[in-house]
Design a protein around this ligand. Structure first.
Ligand code: X2X
Length: 341
């Protein structure tokens, strides 16, 4: 009897131990869903591939990431991506600040027209105090921010005419992204902006339902927008959207500290590499992507500082209105860090 009880106790203890020991591994999912907006042939998507490959290798497959392009986990509606990450419908993502700005108003900072005149200005924000503050804000919203990447400076294309002055965009029907700030910018310029997802934008451009759009050159070229009549391209660097690597908070908590470290370091490494890829071919020392675009019969217009000044002046009220909503202190910090870059 006593013996039996002993055996019973031992069996119980063993079961408890068995349950406790592999608990951590058992909590791991067989697949982690990583959301991005475009495909893996774009710099953005390459960043996702680099991140997931590094993590898979370094965790010996414990963390197996699958990339879901086209924001397919939210049926292409990229403005719902952030909410889906918080809710755990999406485990991890590399997201554009623009797409998450409806839920995180401070991310509109990067969309303030003509705030960041060059790459050093973008870096001064993402790699400095502003970046830290934004990561702090994200951390309180159910996601763990890990690293910065870049979609790029957004340039304006259209099928109708060369754009050099605000006058030129008057009445133009333009597809814009998911922050109301963009509606304000193009309304201030006298254009006719309409908000739609990237998935809807491409057929709308092809059918001529809209005249133009704005996107980084890597997206313009990767999606072959020159083949859907977008033959006029104005380079004006008016805004740029950084990308942010994040993991859902609960998913993050389910990983061992050692695995968390691997995922974080891999994100930082992938982010660095992705930024290099995103900036390739669009600088004065390497303009190969621009040349490729021109090769498709596109009229590329590089706006002069004076021409850019006219657009900055016309959109200044939008800047001021949104600076208040974003937070005047954060905007002042950004301007100070850009000034001393
Ligand atoms: O929708 C866009 O324009 C894109 C692909 O650049 C973003 O996701 C912000």
């Amino acid at each position: 009897m006593r013996f039996k009880r002993l055996i019973g106790a031992a069996a119980l203890a063993f079961t408890a131990l068995a349950a406790a020991l592999p608990a951590q591994a058992a909590d791991y999912k067989s697949e982690y869903k990583l959301s991005i907006v475009v495909g893996t042939n774009f710099p953005w998507g390459q960043g996702a591939v680099i991140w997931s490959d590094l993590v898979r290798e370094r965790t010996n497959g414990r963390i197996n990431i699958k990339v879901y392009p086209g924001t397919s986990l939210v049926q292409g509606d990229q403005t719902r991506e952030f909410t889906a990450i918080r809710q755990g419908v999406i485990d991890m993502a590399i997201g554009s600040t623009i797409n998450w700005s409806p839920q995180v108003k401070e991310l509109n900072l990067f969309s303030l027209p003509f705030l960041m005149p060059d790459y050093a200005a973008i870096d001064a924000l993402t790699q400095g105090k502003v970046g830290e503050q934004l990561f702090g804000i994200l951390s309180k919203k159910g996601v763990v921010p890990l690293a910065w990447g870049e979609n790029g400076y957004r340039q304006l294309s259209n099928s109708a005419r060369e754009v050099k002055t605000p006058e030129d965009v008057k009445g133009m029907k333009l597809r814009v992204v998911g922050s109301p700030l963009y509606i304000d910018i193009y309304t201030a310029l006298g254009a006719n902006p309409t908000q739609m997802s990237w998935a809807d934008a491409q057929p709308a451009l092809a059918s001529g339902a809209v005249d133009g759009q704005e996107n980084p050159l890597s997206i313009y070229a990767g999606a072959k927008l020159y083949d859907v009549g977008q033959k006029f391209l104005s380079l004006w660097n008016y805004v740029a959207d950084p990308l942010i690597f994040v993991v859902n908070q609960d998913v993050w908590n389910s990983w061992s500290p050692a695995d968390q470290k691997i995922v974080r370091e891999a994100a930082i490494e992938a982010g660095r590499q992705e930024i290099v890829i995103a900036r390739k071919g669009v600088t004065s020392t390497d303009d190969s992507l621009l040349k490729e675009i021109e090769g498709h019969g596109v009229k590329v217009t590089v706006l002069s500082p004076e021409q850019i000044g006219a657009f900055a002046k016309a959109t200044r009220p939008v800047f001021d209105k949104w600076a208040k909503q974003i937070g005047p202190d954060l905007v002042r910090q950004a301007q100070a860090d850009i000034a001393k870059r």
